[in-house]
Design a protein around this ligand. Structure first.
Ligand SMILES: Cc1cc2nc3c(=O)[nH]c(=O)nc-3n(C[C@H](O)[C@H](O)[C@H](O)COP(=O)(O)OP(=O)(O)OC[C@H]3O[C@@H](n4cnc5c(N)ncnc54)[C@H](O)[C@@H]3O)c2cc1C
Length: 303
């Protein structure tokens, strides 16, 4: 079994998410090869074949040229799997490659089973297992689903050159609008999940955040319901945070939320369900009703 791992490079840097591809490959087993449209100065420590194209020539992102480069590497390596991170880069490029190869595509893989891939469904409440039936398959892996790994070694570089232009030029990135709260700098974050019940209860959670000198965070359903602004959302489609203390109030621990906060130094979860998945990564799981426990804790902290 062989996997071609497509690393990502942005604004002159190899993205850390590329190392999650190594974590995925380690679980999958078998051989690997890498492809990077980037620069030689930014190569990962990896002791296998690395197909390198110059981002200065091909653009950090240009779907047609990058697809062409990936197809060149596929022709040389004949991998069973072509694996991207499920990022804006991966989810745009993967279906183009799959369509050209007439290969199955499995998006947002979060786990491996015997010969199959687990993907979330029903808003991540359930998992289903998918087995590609084509000889090759294109996969995207969800950010945070596989542990980052640094394999070590020196790559055997094979240079790729894209042939011809395609009438498109990569111009650059535009930063998103400034957010009214920068959770990435917060040392303490207290987040409200769907378990808080209704918008009127959010101030209970915000009061604990204030008492601890921290910021209010939120899970996606809380933001989608309009209880809290999107700038407070933590997770794959919100902010990725690494505070010293993260308090998750009424949050189940879906993988998309964990991806945004699991690097916190110390995690306290308050949940009325003792089996909530957040308990697996929490340092302390308080089994209680948030609306009873949080005001009592705030009063203690404020004293
Ligand atoms: C593409 C995609 C991207 C996503 N991006 C994100 C993201 O960036 N961030 C994010 O958070 N989610 C994201 N999600 C959604 C994610 O899959 C989950 O649905 C979401 O994280 C669940 O939020 P929650 O834990 O608040 O709610 P739920 O899963 O409904 O959990 C509520 C929890 O509260 C507990 N509870 C209920 N009442 C009480 C009470 N009175 N006291 C104590 N505990 C109580 C319950 O036991 C439960 O564990 C994304 C999903 C998809 C498909």
């Amino acid at each position: 079994m062989k996997a071609l791992l497509i690393c990502e490079y942005r604004e002159g840097k190899l993205l850390d998410s590329s190392f999650e591809l190594f974590g995925f490959a380690a679980q999958l087993g078998g051989e690997t090869a890498l492809l990077l449209v980037g620069a030689e100065a930014q190569l990962p420590a990896y002791g296998g074949p690395l197909y390198l194209a110059d981002a200065a020539e091909c653009g950090e992102y240009n779907p047609d040229l990058h697809k062409q480069l990936i197809l060149q590497a596929v022709a040389k390596e004949n991998p069973d799997y072509i694996v991207f991170v499920h990022s804006s880069y991966g989810w745009d490029l993967a279906p183009r490659v799959a369509a050209r190869l007439k290969a199955a595509q499995v998006s947002e893989v979060i786990g491996l089973t015997d010969g199959g891939f687990e993907v979330g469904c029903c808003n991540a409440k359930m998992r289903r297992t998918v087995k590609p039936t084509t000889a090759q398959a294109v996969l995207t892996i969800q950010a945070g689903a596989f542990p980052a790994q640094q394999p070590g070694g020196t790559p055997q570089i094979q240079r790729l050159v894209a042939e011809g232009g395609n009438g498109m030029e990569f111009v650059g990135y535009e930063p998103a609008e400034a957010k009214d709260v920068d959770l990435t700098r917060a040392e303490v974050i207290v987040s409200a999940g769907r378990g808080v019940g209704k918008k009127e209860n959010v101030p209970v959670i915000a009061a604990l955040a204030r008492a601890l000198g921290g910021e209010l965070g939120a899970s996606r359903p809380v933001v989608d319901a309009g209880w809290v602004e999107h700038s407070h959302q933590v997770g794959t489609t919100g902010q990725t945070v690494s505070p010293k203390l993260y308090v998750a109030c009424g949050i189940s621990g879906a993988i998309q939320h964990l991806a945004g906060m699991k690097k916190a130094d110390f995690i306290v979860a308050i949940n009325k369900d003792k089996d909530a998945p957040i308990g697996e990564i929490a340092d302390v799981l308080v089994v209680a009703d948030v609306l009873q426990f949080v005001p009592a804790l705030t009063a203690k902290v404020a004293r």
